[in-house]
Ligand binder design. Structure first.
Ligand code: SF4
Length: 412
Protein backbone atom coordinates (compact mmCIF):
# COMPACT_ATOMS: atom_id res chain seq x y z
CA UNK A 1 0.00 0.00 0.00
CA UNK A 2 2.83 2.34 0.79
CA UNK A 3 4.39 1.48 -2.53
CA UNK A 4 1.15 2.37 -4.31
CA UNK A 5 0.90 5.66 -2.40
CA UNK A 6 4.53 6.60 -3.06
CA UNK A 7 4.17 5.76 -6.75
CA UNK A 8 1.05 7.92 -7.12
CA UNK A 9 2.66 10.78 -5.17
CA UNK A 10 5.74 10.64 -7.44
CA UNK A 11 3.49 10.83 -10.50
CA UNK A 12 1.58 13.81 -9.07
CA UNK A 13 4.79 15.62 -8.12
CA UNK A 14 6.35 14.97 -11.52
CA UNK A 15 3.29 16.55 -13.09
CA UNK A 16 4.06 19.66 -11.06
CA UNK A 17 7.61 19.68 -12.44
CA UNK A 18 9.51 17.85 -9.72
CA UNK A 19 11.98 15.09 -10.51
CA UNK A 20 13.95 12.66 -8.39
CA UNK A 21 16.94 14.18 -6.59
CA UNK A 22 20.34 12.54 -6.82
CA UNK A 23 20.84 12.65 -3.06
CA UNK A 24 18.70 13.50 -0.07
CA UNK A 25 20.86 16.62 0.65
CA UNK A 26 19.92 18.02 -2.79
CA UNK A 27 16.18 17.50 -2.45
CA UNK A 28 13.73 20.42 -2.29
CA UNK A 29 11.10 18.12 -0.91
CA UNK A 30 11.45 15.03 1.25
CA UNK A 31 8.56 12.74 2.13
CA UNK A 32 9.14 10.09 4.75
CA UNK A 33 6.41 7.57 3.99
CA UNK A 34 6.01 5.26 6.95
CA UNK A 35 4.82 1.79 7.76
CA UNK A 36 4.82 1.14 11.47
CA UNK A 37 3.20 -2.25 11.57
CA UNK A 38 6.25 -3.35 13.57
CA UNK A 39 7.93 -1.47 16.37
CA UNK A 40 11.35 -1.79 14.70
CA UNK A 41 10.02 0.04 11.63
CA UNK A 42 8.69 2.86 13.80
CA UNK A 43 12.06 3.17 15.53
CA UNK A 44 13.81 3.49 12.17
CA UNK A 45 11.45 6.28 11.13
CA UNK A 46 12.04 8.21 14.34
CA UNK A 47 15.78 7.85 13.90
CA UNK A 48 15.56 9.04 10.30
CA UNK A 49 13.57 12.12 11.35
CA UNK A 50 16.15 13.03 13.96
CA UNK A 51 18.92 12.70 11.38
CA UNK A 52 17.22 15.31 9.18
CA UNK A 53 17.25 18.09 11.79
CA UNK A 54 20.54 19.63 10.64
CA UNK A 55 19.63 19.38 6.94
CA UNK A 56 16.37 21.24 7.55
CA UNK A 57 18.23 23.84 9.63
CA UNK A 58 20.70 24.50 6.82
CA UNK A 59 17.95 24.54 4.17
CA UNK A 60 14.78 25.88 5.79
CA UNK A 61 13.00 26.22 2.41
CA UNK A 62 13.15 22.49 1.87
CA UNK A 63 9.75 20.83 2.48
CA UNK A 64 9.85 17.94 4.91
CA UNK A 65 6.70 15.84 5.17
CA UNK A 66 5.85 12.77 7.19
CA UNK A 67 3.16 10.46 5.84
CA UNK A 68 1.69 7.01 6.48
CA UNK A 69 0.50 5.20 9.53
CA UNK A 70 2.86 6.84 12.02
CA UNK A 71 0.63 9.91 11.61
CA UNK A 72 -2.23 9.39 14.02
CA UNK A 73 -5.42 11.46 14.36
CA UNK A 74 -3.69 13.47 17.07
CA UNK A 75 -0.34 14.80 15.84
CA UNK A 76 0.36 17.02 18.88
CA UNK A 77 3.06 14.72 20.18
CA UNK A 78 4.71 14.32 16.76
CA UNK A 79 4.70 18.10 16.25
CA UNK A 80 6.29 18.64 19.65
CA UNK A 81 9.00 16.05 19.04
CA UNK A 82 9.69 16.97 15.44
CA UNK A 83 9.12 20.71 14.96
CA UNK A 84 11.31 20.64 11.84
CA UNK A 85 8.63 18.64 9.96
CA UNK A 86 6.43 20.91 7.83
CA UNK A 87 3.53 18.58 7.15
CA UNK A 88 1.98 15.52 8.75
CA UNK A 89 -0.14 13.53 6.30
CA UNK A 90 -2.45 10.74 7.37
CA UNK A 91 -2.34 7.48 5.35
CA UNK A 92 -3.33 8.08 1.75
CA UNK A 93 -3.54 11.89 2.08
CA UNK A 94 -1.58 14.07 -0.32
CA UNK A 95 -3.68 17.18 -1.18
CA UNK A 96 -1.99 19.46 1.35
CA UNK A 97 1.49 18.40 0.24
CA UNK A 98 0.68 18.85 -3.45
CA UNK A 99 -0.68 22.33 -2.71
CA UNK A 100 2.43 23.38 -0.82
CA UNK A 101 4.76 21.74 -3.36
CA UNK A 102 2.92 23.48 -6.22
CA UNK A 103 3.35 26.88 -4.59
CA UNK A 104 7.12 26.38 -4.27
CA UNK A 105 8.09 25.18 -7.72
CA UNK A 106 9.48 27.95 -9.90
CA UNK A 107 8.35 28.30 -13.49
CA UNK A 108 11.98 28.51 -14.68
CA UNK A 109 12.81 25.35 -12.82
CA UNK A 110 10.06 23.40 -14.54
CA UNK A 111 11.08 20.60 -16.81
CA UNK A 112 8.94 17.87 -18.24
CA UNK A 113 9.89 14.47 -16.93
CA UNK A 114 9.28 11.51 -19.21
CA UNK A 115 8.49 8.70 -16.83
CA UNK A 116 8.87 5.14 -17.98
CA UNK A 117 6.08 3.28 -16.26
CA UNK A 118 6.75 -0.13 -14.83
CA UNK A 119 4.49 -2.76 -16.43
CA UNK A 120 3.20 -3.61 -12.96
CA UNK A 121 1.37 -1.26 -10.60
CA UNK A 122 -0.29 -1.43 -7.20
CA UNK A 123 -3.63 0.19 -6.53
CA UNK A 124 -5.35 0.58 -3.20
CA UNK A 125 -9.04 -0.31 -3.46
CA UNK A 126 -9.94 -0.36 0.24
CA UNK A 127 -8.19 1.40 3.12
CA UNK A 128 -8.29 0.47 6.79
CA UNK A 129 -9.62 -2.59 8.54
CA UNK A 130 -12.61 -3.46 10.73
CA UNK A 131 -11.20 -6.69 12.11
CA UNK A 132 -9.16 -5.67 15.14
CA UNK A 133 -6.95 -8.75 15.36
CA UNK A 134 -5.54 -8.47 18.88
CA UNK A 135 -1.90 -7.92 17.80
CA UNK A 136 -2.49 -5.46 14.97
CA UNK A 137 -2.11 -1.69 14.93
CA UNK A 138 -3.68 -1.18 11.48
CA UNK A 139 -7.31 -0.43 12.52
CA UNK A 140 -6.05 2.19 14.98
CA UNK A 141 -3.69 3.88 12.53
CA UNK A 142 -5.50 3.45 9.22
CA UNK A 143 -9.04 3.57 10.57
CA UNK A 144 -12.15 1.66 9.54
CA UNK A 145 -12.65 0.13 6.10
CA UNK A 146 -13.26 2.63 3.35
CA UNK A 147 -13.68 1.42 -0.22
CA UNK A 148 -12.95 3.46 -3.31
CA UNK A 149 -15.71 3.50 -5.91
CA UNK A 150 -15.61 1.06 -8.78
CA UNK A 151 -15.65 3.92 -11.29
CA UNK A 152 -12.71 5.69 -9.64
CA UNK A 153 -10.62 2.51 -9.61
CA UNK A 154 -11.48 1.66 -13.19
CA UNK A 155 -10.62 5.19 -14.37
CA UNK A 156 -7.24 5.04 -12.60
CA UNK A 157 -6.45 1.67 -14.17
CA UNK A 158 -7.44 2.88 -17.63
CA UNK A 159 -5.05 5.83 -17.25
CA UNK A 160 -2.28 3.50 -16.15
CA UNK A 161 -2.82 1.05 -19.00
CA UNK A 162 -2.65 3.94 -21.47
CA UNK A 163 0.82 4.62 -20.04
CA UNK A 164 1.95 1.02 -20.50
CA UNK A 165 0.93 -0.72 -17.27
CA UNK A 166 -0.02 -4.32 -17.99
CA UNK A 167 -0.55 -5.83 -14.57
CA UNK A 168 -2.25 -4.38 -11.53
CA UNK A 169 -2.42 -5.63 -7.97
CA UNK A 170 -5.50 -4.50 -6.10
CA UNK A 171 -4.65 -3.79 -2.50
CA UNK A 172 -6.46 -3.79 0.78
CA UNK A 173 -5.62 -4.78 4.32
CA UNK A 174 -8.74 -6.86 3.96
CA UNK A 175 -9.35 -6.89 0.23
CA UNK A 176 -12.21 -9.41 0.37
CA UNK A 177 -14.46 -6.99 2.19
CA UNK A 178 -14.22 -4.49 -0.65
CA UNK A 179 -17.44 -2.63 -1.40
CA UNK A 180 -19.63 -3.40 1.61
CA UNK A 181 -19.61 0.31 2.48
CA UNK A 182 -20.47 1.48 -1.06
CA UNK A 183 -23.95 2.13 -2.48
CA UNK A 184 -25.35 -1.14 -3.84
CA UNK A 185 -22.58 -3.07 -2.01
CA UNK A 186 -20.57 -4.31 -4.99
CA UNK A 187 -17.99 -6.91 -3.96
CA UNK A 188 -14.49 -7.84 -5.05
CA UNK A 189 -15.85 -10.37 -7.55
CA UNK A 190 -17.92 -7.61 -9.19
CA UNK A 191 -14.86 -5.37 -9.37
CA UNK A 192 -12.76 -8.14 -10.95
CA UNK A 193 -15.50 -8.78 -13.50
CA UNK A 194 -15.50 -5.09 -14.44
CA UNK A 195 -11.71 -4.75 -14.60
CA UNK A 196 -11.37 -7.89 -16.69
CA UNK A 197 -12.78 -5.86 -19.59
CA UNK A 198 -10.19 -3.05 -19.40
CA UNK A 199 -8.40 -2.89 -22.73
CA UNK A 200 -4.62 -3.28 -22.62
CA UNK A 201 -4.66 -4.78 -19.14
CA UNK A 202 -3.22 -8.29 -19.12
CA UNK A 203 -3.19 -9.40 -15.52
CA UNK A 204 -5.03 -8.66 -12.30
CA UNK A 205 -3.98 -9.72 -8.81
CA UNK A 206 -5.37 -8.85 -5.39
CA UNK A 207 -4.19 -9.09 -1.81
CA UNK A 208 -4.61 -9.60 1.13
CA UNK A 209 -7.56 -11.92 1.73
CA UNK A 210 -9.01 -12.80 5.10
CA UNK A 211 -9.98 -16.45 5.62
CA UNK A 212 -13.27 -15.53 7.22
CA UNK A 213 -14.34 -13.28 4.32
CA UNK A 214 -13.43 -15.31 1.24
CA UNK A 215 -16.48 -16.27 -0.80
CA UNK A 216 -17.21 -18.97 -3.36
CA UNK A 217 -18.33 -16.19 -5.72
CA UNK A 218 -14.85 -14.68 -5.55
CA UNK A 219 -13.13 -18.03 -6.15
CA UNK A 220 -15.36 -18.68 -9.15
CA UNK A 221 -14.42 -15.27 -10.55
CA UNK A 222 -10.73 -16.00 -10.15
CA UNK A 223 -11.21 -19.32 -11.92
CA UNK A 224 -13.28 -17.94 -14.79
CA UNK A 225 -11.87 -14.48 -15.56
CA UNK A 226 -8.94 -14.78 -17.94
CA UNK A 227 -6.98 -11.78 -16.65
CA UNK A 228 -7.25 -12.65 -12.97
CA UNK A 229 -4.16 -14.59 -11.89
CA UNK A 230 -4.28 -17.91 -10.06
CA UNK A 231 -2.70 -16.53 -6.94
CA UNK A 232 -4.21 -16.17 -3.46
CA UNK A 233 -2.67 -14.56 -0.40
CA UNK A 234 -4.39 -15.98 2.69
CA UNK A 235 -2.71 -15.29 6.03
CA UNK A 236 -3.22 -18.13 8.52
CA UNK A 237 -1.05 -16.59 11.32
CA UNK A 238 -1.05 -19.73 13.52
CA UNK A 239 -1.82 -23.44 13.43
CA UNK A 240 -3.49 -23.68 16.81
CA UNK A 241 -7.11 -22.90 17.70
CA UNK A 242 -6.41 -21.34 21.08
CA UNK A 243 -3.76 -19.00 19.63
CA UNK A 244 -6.07 -18.10 16.74
CA UNK A 245 -8.76 -17.29 19.26
CA UNK A 246 -6.40 -15.09 21.29
CA UNK A 247 -5.37 -13.37 18.07
CA UNK A 248 -9.05 -12.70 17.34
CA UNK A 249 -8.82 -14.13 13.85
CA UNK A 250 -12.35 -15.50 13.62
CA UNK A 251 -11.61 -18.98 12.16
CA UNK A 252 -10.27 -22.33 13.31
CA UNK A 253 -7.48 -24.52 11.98
CA UNK A 254 -10.10 -26.90 10.63
CA UNK A 255 -12.08 -24.23 8.81
CA UNK A 256 -8.83 -22.89 7.34
CA UNK A 257 -7.96 -26.37 5.99
CA UNK A 258 -11.44 -26.66 4.51
CA UNK A 259 -11.07 -23.30 2.79
CA UNK A 260 -7.72 -24.30 1.29
CA UNK A 261 -9.43 -27.45 -0.05
CA UNK A 262 -12.18 -25.36 -1.65
CA UNK A 263 -9.65 -22.94 -3.17
CA UNK A 264 -7.61 -25.76 -4.66
CA UNK A 265 -10.73 -27.48 -6.02
CA UNK A 266 -12.03 -24.23 -7.52
CA UNK A 267 -8.82 -22.89 -9.11
CA UNK A 268 -6.56 -25.40 -10.84
CA UNK A 269 -2.80 -24.82 -10.31
CA UNK A 270 -3.43 -22.00 -7.86
CA UNK A 271 -0.46 -20.63 -5.89
CA UNK A 272 -1.24 -19.84 -2.27
CA UNK A 273 0.87 -17.71 0.02
CA UNK A 274 0.40 -17.10 3.71
CA UNK A 275 1.61 -15.06 6.69
CA UNK A 276 2.60 -16.55 10.03
CA UNK A 277 3.38 -15.00 13.41
CA UNK A 278 5.54 -17.05 15.76
CA UNK A 279 5.95 -16.42 19.48
CA UNK A 280 2.52 -14.92 20.13
CA UNK A 281 2.07 -14.44 23.91
CA UNK A 282 1.57 -17.81 25.56
CA UNK A 283 2.44 -19.85 22.44
CA UNK A 284 3.75 -23.17 23.80
CA UNK A 285 6.19 -25.41 21.95
CA UNK A 286 3.30 -27.73 21.15
CA UNK A 287 1.19 -24.90 19.75
CA UNK A 288 4.16 -23.77 17.66
CA UNK A 289 4.48 -27.36 16.35
CA UNK A 290 0.83 -27.01 15.30
CA UNK A 291 1.90 -24.17 13.00
CA UNK A 292 4.78 -26.24 11.59
CA UNK A 293 2.42 -29.17 10.96
CA UNK A 294 -0.07 -26.95 9.18
CA UNK A 295 2.67 -25.51 6.94
CA UNK A 296 4.00 -29.01 6.17
CA UNK A 297 0.49 -30.29 5.35
CA UNK A 298 -0.76 -27.41 3.23
CA UNK A 299 2.55 -26.71 1.46
CA UNK A 300 2.22 -23.05 0.57
CA UNK A 301 4.14 -21.56 -2.33
CA UNK A 302 5.31 -18.68 -0.14
CA UNK A 303 5.29 -18.03 3.61
CA UNK A 304 6.00 -14.64 5.18
CA UNK A 305 6.94 -15.18 8.78
CA UNK A 306 7.34 -12.62 11.57
CA UNK A 307 8.25 -12.96 15.23
CA UNK A 308 5.60 -11.42 17.46
CA UNK A 309 6.46 -8.00 18.84
CA UNK A 310 3.95 -6.06 20.97
CA UNK A 311 2.51 -2.89 19.47
CA UNK A 312 1.49 -0.42 22.17
CA UNK A 313 -2.21 0.34 21.95
CA UNK A 314 -3.24 -3.08 20.70
CA UNK A 315 -5.25 -5.52 22.79
CA UNK A 316 -2.47 -8.13 22.83
CA UNK A 317 0.08 -5.62 24.12
CA UNK A 318 -2.29 -4.43 26.84
CA UNK A 319 -3.71 -7.74 28.02
CA UNK A 320 -1.11 -10.46 27.37
CA UNK A 321 2.35 -10.76 28.78
CA UNK A 322 5.08 -11.11 26.15
CA UNK A 323 7.27 -13.53 28.08
CA UNK A 324 8.93 -15.60 25.37
CA UNK A 325 12.60 -14.60 25.06
CA UNK A 326 13.72 -13.10 21.77
CA UNK A 327 16.17 -15.94 21.05
CA UNK A 328 13.29 -18.43 21.32
CA UNK A 329 11.13 -16.40 18.95
CA UNK A 330 14.07 -16.26 16.54
CA UNK A 331 14.55 -20.03 16.78
CA UNK A 332 10.87 -20.59 15.89
CA UNK A 333 11.10 -18.10 13.03
CA UNK A 334 14.14 -19.88 11.66
CA UNK A 335 12.42 -23.26 11.88
CA UNK A 336 9.53 -21.95 9.82
CA UNK A 337 11.93 -20.45 7.28
CA UNK A 338 13.89 -23.70 6.95
CA UNK A 339 10.77 -25.80 6.55
CA UNK A 340 9.38 -23.42 3.96
CA UNK A 341 12.64 -23.32 2.04
CA UNK A 342 12.48 -27.11 1.61
CA UNK A 343 8.82 -27.01 0.59
CA UNK A 344 9.30 -24.17 -1.92
CA UNK A 345 12.37 -25.92 -3.35
CA UNK A 346 10.29 -29.06 -3.98
CA UNK A 347 7.29 -27.18 -5.38
CA UNK A 348 9.44 -25.18 -7.80
CA UNK A 349 11.56 -28.19 -8.82
CA UNK A 350 8.44 -29.76 -10.29
CA UNK A 351 8.37 -26.96 -12.85
CA UNK A 352 11.68 -27.99 -14.46
CA UNK A 353 10.93 -28.98 -18.05
CA UNK A 354 7.66 -27.02 -18.22
CA UNK A 355 6.93 -23.78 -20.07
CA UNK A 356 5.67 -20.77 -18.13
CA UNK A 357 4.11 -17.49 -19.20
CA UNK A 358 6.11 -14.53 -17.93
CA UNK A 359 5.30 -10.84 -17.94
CA UNK A 360 8.69 -9.18 -18.43
CA UNK A 361 9.30 -6.70 -15.65
CA UNK A 362 12.82 -5.49 -16.40
CA UNK A 363 16.49 -6.31 -16.02
CA UNK A 364 18.54 -7.30 -13.00
CA UNK A 365 22.27 -7.33 -13.76
CA UNK A 366 22.76 -9.31 -16.95
CA UNK A 367 19.44 -11.09 -16.92
CA UNK A 368 15.82 -10.24 -17.69
CA UNK A 369 13.17 -11.11 -15.20
CA UNK A 370 9.44 -11.23 -14.74
CA UNK A 371 6.74 -13.22 -12.99
CA UNK A 372 4.43 -16.07 -13.87
CA UNK A 373 0.68 -15.78 -13.31
CA UNK A 374 1.25 -17.60 -10.03
CA UNK A 375 3.75 -14.91 -8.96
CA UNK A 376 6.95 -16.92 -9.38
CA UNK A 377 10.06 -14.92 -10.23
CA UNK A 378 11.68 -16.06 -13.49
CA UNK A 379 15.11 -15.10 -14.90
CA UNK A 380 16.14 -15.58 -18.52
CA UNK A 381 18.61 -14.27 -21.11
CA UNK A 382 17.54 -12.17 -24.06
CA UNK A 383 19.13 -9.58 -26.28
CA UNK A 384 15.92 -7.62 -26.81
CA UNK A 385 14.15 -5.43 -24.28
CA UNK A 386 10.69 -7.00 -24.00
CA UNK A 387 9.65 -5.16 -20.86
CA UNK A 388 5.87 -5.19 -20.60
CA UNK A 389 5.43 -8.14 -22.96
CA UNK A 390 4.26 -11.65 -22.24
CA UNK A 391 6.86 -14.26 -23.17
CA UNK A 392 7.12 -18.01 -22.72
CA UNK A 393 10.11 -19.40 -20.85
CA UNK A 394 11.19 -23.05 -20.71
CA UNK A 395 12.17 -23.72 -17.11
CA UNK A 396 15.63 -25.28 -16.79
CA UNK A 397 16.64 -24.69 -13.17
CA UNK A 398 14.83 -23.77 -9.99
CA UNK A 399 15.51 -22.79 -6.40
CA UNK A 400 13.25 -21.99 -3.46
CA UNK A 401 13.06 -18.36 -4.56
CA UNK A 402 13.10 -18.31 -8.36
CA UNK A 403 13.07 -20.14 -11.69
CA UNK A 404 15.63 -19.84 -14.45
CA UNK A 405 15.05 -20.70 -18.06
CA UNK A 406 15.33 -20.08 -21.76
CA UNK A 407 13.11 -17.84 -23.78
CA UNK A 408 10.95 -19.78 -26.21
CA UNK A 409 11.18 -18.35 -29.71
CA UNK A 410 7.41 -17.93 -30.20
CA UNK A 411 5.81 -15.31 -27.98
CA UNK A 412 2.23 -15.25 -26.76
S1 SF4 B 1 -7.22 -8.37 9.26
FE1 SF4 B 1 -5.08 -7.78 8.94
S2 SF4 B 1 -5.05 -5.54 8.95
FE2 SF4 B 1 -7.01 -6.18 9.85
S3 SF4 B 1 -6.64 -6.19 12.06
FE3 SF4 B 1 -6.28 -8.29 11.30
S4 SF4 B 1 -4.06 -8.38 10.83
FE4 SF4 B 1 -4.63 -6.19 11.04
Amino acid sequence: MNKAYAEQLSIDLEQQGYSTAGAIEEADLIVINTCVVRQSAENRVLHKLESLVSLKRSRPDMILALSGCIVDTDVTDLKRRFPHVDLFLKPGESAELLKLAGSRISVEGYRVVCRRYSPTAFITIIEGCDNFCSYCIVPYRRGREKSRSLQEIEAQIETLTEKGVKEITLLGQNVDSYGHDLPGSPDLADLLQELNTVEGLMRIRFLTSHPKDMTLKLLRSVASLDKVCESISLPVQAGDDRILQLMGRGYTVRSYYELIGIIRDSIPDVAISTDVIVGFPGESEQQFKGTLNLLADIRFDTVHVAAYSPRPGTQAATVFEDKLPLHEKRRRLQEVEELQKDIATEINARLVGSSVEVLVDGRKGERWYGRTRTGKLVFFDDNIDRTGQLVVVDVRKTSAWSLQGELKPERI
